[in-house]
Design a protein around this ligand. Structure first.
Ligand code: PLP
Length: 383
């Protein structure tokens, strides 16, 4: 199908923060497959985990116990607010699972009319039917939806507007603590606290979409852990598999208990290959010093970019948290993206005329300096 346009660039192999074409051209990868390659390309621990598991068993289905998924679930529960985890294969499925359990929870309380979920700002929650209905971005919904599918939208950062959007039919609220596709935007601690309070006061579920900002990218394992709140439901994916497709929906016992046997499922979800890799990712991300590197590289990148914003008329501001960084542009962001690619550096275009810098979390000091140099040269040469 033609739904991805017609990109020309292709890669043969990768190593760490670099990707290489067949012709041997090297690209500095500050896109990481849209925040997926958390440990860079071909990390030895991931290659080993995948190969070791490949020699044992690839897939058995959830008709049987999967020790690797029990292990990963227990570790995620231990590291977060969660008591229960459901595994799937992508971010959109993790979000779908969250929507289902929120509705099911309200249903189990006898609140049968409470099915609607409020999404915030220029959200992005995935491409299956419920997440596109939640985000209500016309580019993504045009021609696909029947009715409003049970979602409402409120503006970002405006707690009064969120309060006004709540009705007797509202079941929960979903927010990306750091917005990605819509253009990098960090929720304030105050706003997150107000959302938590609103949910508590109205018995609504607070769901976080940490598909993009989770697994260390924000500088903590999950971004909410530096925002002074605890959610009821959290969707995780992307960096959790480091390039192997995996998603996870985390929740508390309270919200998980109505999800009885047979109420939800996935053939591939939590399969041994995915779980072996995700456990290896978690080994690295939770190893001593790993997040220190994320935070040190983030500080280096943010201050370097702030200096470039001062110097270049093409740039408006730098925003973000940890190694999830947005450059808001005065000139066309797509053009900046193109010029950077031509200069051997990969970034990702985002909404509100911005580009995202999402390097592997293993990026080193020299590579951040190289990125800043390429950016500086490209911006100076751009009349
Ligand atoms: N939620 C957020 C915040 C995302 O950034 C994405 C993907 O970009 C998704 C959900 C959907 O994830 P996936 O493409 O793995 O379905």
């Amino acid at each position: 199908m033609q739904n991805y346009g017609a990109p020309e660039l292709e890669f043969d192999h990768g190593e760490g923060t670099y990707l290489y074409t067949n012709a041997g051209e090297r690209y500095l990868d500050f896109g990481a497959g849209i925040a997926v390659n958390s440990l860079g390309h071909c990390h030895p621990a991931l290659i080993k985990a995948l190969n070791d598991q490949a020699h044992k068993v690839w897939h058995t289905s959830n008709l049987y116990r999967i020790p690797q998924s029990e292990k990963l679930a227990a570790r995620l529960a231990q590291l977060t607010f969660a008591d229960r985890v459901f595994f799937c294969n992508s971010g959109t499925e993790a979000v779908e699972a969250g929507f289902k359990l929120i509705r099911r929870y309200q249903h189990a309380q006898g609140n049968h009319q409470r099915k609607r979920i409020i999404a915030l700002g220029e959200a992005f929650h995935g491409r299956t039917l419920a997440p596109i209905a939640a985000a209500a971005n016309p580019t993504h919904t045009d021609g696909f939806l029947v009715g409003d599918s049970g979602f409402d939208q409120a503006p970002w950062g405006d707690i009064d507007a969120v309060r006004r959007a709540i009705t007797v039919e509202t079941a929960g609220i979903i927010i990306e603590p750091v917005q990605g596709e819509g253009g990098i935007r960090v929720a304030s601690e105050e706003f997150m606290g107000q959302l938590r309070q609103l949910c508590d006061d109205n018995d609504l579920a607070l769901m976080l979409d940490e598909v993009q900002c989770g697994i260390g990218r924000s500088g903590t394992l999950y971004a909410y852990q530096q925002m002074g709140i605890s959610p009821d439901v959290l969707a995780s994916a992307k960096g959790l598999g480091g390039g192997f497709p995996v998603g996870a929906c985390l929740t508390t016992e309270k919200f998980a208990s109505p999800m009885t046997a047979g109420s939800h499922g996935s053939t591939f979800g939590g399969n041994p290959l995915a779980m072996a890799v995700a456990n290896a990712v978690l080994d690295e991300v939770t190893s001593p010093g790993f997040l220190d590197n994320v935070n040190a590289r983030a500080a280096q990148l943010h201050s370097g970019l702030a200096a470039l914003v001062e110097q270049s008329p093409h740039l408006q501001s730098v925003q973000g948290l940890g190694l999830m960084v947005g450059l808001m542009c005065n000139s066309d962001a797509a053009e900046l993206n193109k010029r950077l690619q031509a200069a051997g550096m990969l970034v990702v275009k985002a909404g509100r005329n911005s580009v995202r810098l999402l390097p592997p979390l293993t990026v080193n000091e020299a590579e951040v300096n190289q990125a800043l140099e390429i950016l500086s040269e490209v911006l100076s040469a751009w009349q």
